[in-house]
Design a protein around this ligand. Sequence first.
Ligand code: PEP
Length: 249
Amino acid sequence: MRRPVLAGNWKMHGTRAENARLVDALIEASDEARCDVVICPPLVYLWEIGRQLKDSPIGLGAQDVCAEAQGAFTGEVSAAMLKDVGCGYAIVGHSERRQLYREDDALVARKFVAVQGVALVPILCVGETLDERERGVTEEIVARQLDAVLAVAGIAAFARAVVAYEPVWAIGTGKNATPEQAQAVHAFIRARISARDAMIGDGLRLLYGGSVKAANAAELFDQPDVDGGLVGGASLKADEFVRICAAAA
Ligand code: PEP
C-alpha cells in the first residue's frame, strides 16, 4: 500500500499575511495518519512558513532549485540552501520551468540529482503538451523525460523520489485529464520503472497534476496507479485543498 502524497504548488502567489492564514487553516485540518501533505510556497517565504509548520505534520517543498551546489549563479538557490531553511522536498521539471525558462531534460536530471544529493525528495514532473497528445506521442515524451533522469540518477534513486504526471494541457486550464487518461499514463510510468526494478516501481508514488479540485479529486485518486496529486490553483484555497487531501487519504 503506497502512502498518498498531496503537494500544493502555490506558484507565484501570496503575501505574508495571506500565507499565514492559509497555513494556519491547513495545520488546523491536518491529519498526519492518512497522507503526506507538502506545500510549496514561493522561495522567499520558505523560511517563515517553515517555522510556522514546525511541529505540524505538513512538509515544506520548493518549486524549483539550482542544479549547482554553490558559486557565481546570480539569482539561484541551491538544494543545500533549501534544506537549510527546512525544506524536505523540491519540485523539478515543472512544465512552466520547462516551457517558460527552457529547462531541458538534461538540466532537470541534474536538478533531480542535486536535490537527492542533500537528502531532499525530488518531485519530478513529466507530461506532454496538447499537440503531443494529439499526435499520439504522449508515452514517447514521458518516456524521454523519465529516461533522462534514469540515465543520470540511476534506478535506485527512484526509491527516494516522487513522480508527478502533469499533462501540460491540463495545468491551470480547468480541463483535467479523465481518470482513465491519468491511469493509462501512470500505469505506463510505473511499468517503465518496474521494468528496471519491480520493487521500486511498485513502491513509487505517482501523483497526478492538472486542474485537480475537490470535485474531481476522488475519481482521479481512485485509480490504482494514482497515489495523490500535485495541485496548483486549488492549493491556494484552504477548504478546497483540505477536501482534496481528504479525497487522497
Ligand atoms: C501545477 O501547478 O502543477 C498544477 C497542476 O496547477 P493546477 O492544479 O492549477 O492545474
